[in-house]
Design a protein around this ligand. Structure first.
Ligand code: PEP
Ligand code: MG
Length: 549
């Protein structure tokens, strides 16, 4: 048996086979030691193999997802043989004495940039496809086998690192847990693991030899056991069963109010990343959705999701929540949440860069597509809109103006819409400082403590080396929360918390004493928080040592 330690993202136990995920990070050599004729022949062989792979994928997709969805692999087959594409590759091999992989990689990049710059939406979407086929060809030429993220059996995934888009695309029924070497506890990948209620460990010295071996993630003790002894496996299974029982006991709180012993109500809402999470929201009896991270719709797509595609998703969530509040946060892309087709430039400081509302106010068409979709969905439930990363009153007014423009357009098209509450995320120190003015512009605030902590403490939430310094209980952060709640209430603006701190049971009492109106947390935290809320009596002396706020 081997034991490796790391940092746990969720208390819990996962038991199952370990499966290695190899990410392709191939080093591509430019100068060839072969003749151009030999490189051309390598390329031709790779083309043949790519055709075979794509044919197999087409057949599989045809069976599983139908003809329309499978068609993409036929398009890829055509692109592999496309005259312009092939000629560009051949020319680089012949004129530059380059390896076939270099020629493919360079051509892929060039074509993708050209397509992305075109006005035609269809051609824009081909940028991702040309990158995809080029990656396939480069993998074949360099002998890299890119593994399926998950196989048929549920597994504990072991990887060097996982991006939010990789995580969001995983089939949750096949993912028992994951272990990565890189990553930070405050990253979006970690947040997704919590939402999915999946035990995960990061910062682990992983070893390829673990592939296929039995493993156990012990989230309580921050470690993973490889080939555990029968004794250990038995005691872990017992603990796992106790967890399940504990969860079942909490189910007894379903249908009960979120009210303290002295009668203070608080809304306990859920955070979701996609429509598939709504089942968890209902299962855990959340009174609403306090944060729908809509950017995951974009991360899950190969090109800009259309108004109709987004409308279908928002409508489904609004309808399923049956009149309970659904707060849709508008696109918060950028920093660690990247989608290739946005073609965002690399930045020195992405967390302080072109992201979220800054992209939406600059690329108005993208914003309007989303706002129109949300407004259309508002006719089917109780939908609210929340703008992220706000730093000024001007931004809120601009965003509201664009929203009003969309409403006007839809009204003139005769489209039905409901009342939509408007709110903003308070996740920058600037927004906290401006809270009194901002509160007069909107109906609610939601404190994004993940970013607020990052920006207040000047600590990159993505940098695992700083985890020890990232202290969300820092008095500066807690004072900002208190200040925001007080400012909001001065102007009739309700205030919630949707960052990870909202689920911290050590702070529930503190937040309630500060007067918070809502806590929006991962679905699995709803019932544990309800239990705490129902045990509190705010007329009594604080039962926790209040942090120095
Ligand atoms: C936050 O910053 O606290 C938040 C809820 O948004 P995200 O984690 O998606 O940046
Ligand atoms: Mg944020």
């Amino acid at each position: 048996m081997k034991v490796a330690t790391g940092k746990s993202i969720l208390d819990g136990i996962a038991i199952g086979p370990l499966r290695f995920y190899h990410k392709v990070d191939t080093e591509i050599v430019m100068a060839s030691k072969l003749t151009p004729a030999e490189e051309l022949s390598r390329f031709a062989t790779a083309q043949g193999k790519a055709q075979e792979q794509l044919g197999t994928l087409y057949e599989k997709a045809l069976e599983e997802v139908g003809e329309d969805n499978a068609a993409i692999f036929e398009i890829h087959q055509m692109m592999v043989e496309d005259d312009d594409y092939v000629e560009a590759i051949q020319s680089i091999i012949e004129t530059q004495g380059a390896t076939a992989e270099y020629a493919v990689f360079t051509t892929g990049d060039n074509f993708a940039a050209t397509f992305a710059a075109m006005d035609d939406a269809y051609m824009k979407a081909r940028a991702v496809d040309v990158k995809d086929i080029s990656r396939r060809l480069v993998n074949i030429l360099t002998g890299v086998v890119e593994g399926n993220l998950l196989g048929d059996q549920p597994v504990i995934l072991v990887a060097d690192d996982l991006t939010p888009s990789e995580t969001v695309q995983m089939d949750k029924s096949k993912l028992l847990g994951f272990v990565t070497r890189k990553g930070s506890t405050n990253s979006h990948t970690a947040i997704l693991a919590r939402t999915m209620n999946i035990p995960a460990l990061i910062g682990v010295e992983i070893d390829e030899a673990w592939d296929g071996k039995p493993g156990i993630i012990d989230g309580y003790n921050h470690c993973v056991y490889v080939e555990p002894t029968a004794d250990l496996a038995g005691s872990m299974q017992k603990k796992h069963n106790e967890d399940l029982q504990q969860r079942a006991l909490l189910q007894g709180l379903k249908g009960k109010e979120n009210v303290t012993l002295d009668g203070r109500h608080v809304n306990l809402y859920a955070n979701i990343g996609n429509v598939g999470d709504v089942g968890l929201v209902l299962q855990n009896d959340a009174s609403g959705i306090g944060l729908f991270r809509s950017e995951f719709i974009y991360l899950n797509a190969q090109s800009y999701p259309t108004e109709d595609e987004q409308f279908a998703i928002y409508k489904q969530v609004a309808e399923t929540m049956g009149g309970r509040k659904v707060i849709i946060r508008t696109l918060d892309i950028g920093a660690d949440k990247q989608a290739d087709y946005f073609q965002l430039e690399k930045e020195e400081n992405p967390a302080l860069g072109f992201r979220a509302i800054r992209i939406c106010l600059t690329r108005k068409e993208i914003f309007k597509t989303q706002l129109r979709a949300i407004l259309r969905a508002s006719a089917y439930g109780k939908v609210s809109i929340m703008f992220p990363m706000i730093i000024s009153v001007r931004e809120v007014r601009d965003a509201k103006d664009i929203l009003a423009e969309c409403r006007k357009e839809l009204a003139s098209e005769g489209v039905a819409m409901g009342e939509v509450e408007i709110g903003i995320m308070i996740e920058t120190p600037a927004a906290v400082a401006m809270a009194d003015e901002l509160a007069q512009e909107v109906e609610f605030f939601s404190l994004g403590t993940n970013d607020l902590t990052q920006y207040t403490l000047a600590i990159d939430r993505q940098n695992p080396r700083l985890d020890a310094f990232y202290d969300p209980h820092h008095p500066a952060v807690l004072r900002m929360i208190r200040h925001t709640i007080e400012a909001g209430h001065r102007h009739n603006c309700w205030v919630g918390i949707c960052g990870e701190l909202g689920a911290d049971p050590k702070l529930t009492e503190t937040f309630l004493r500060m007067g918070v109106d809502e806590l929006s947390v991962s679905p699995s935290s709803i019932l544990p928080l309800r239990k705490i809320v129902r045990s509190l009596d705010l007329t009594k002396e604080p039962t926790v040592v209040n942090p120095p706020v």
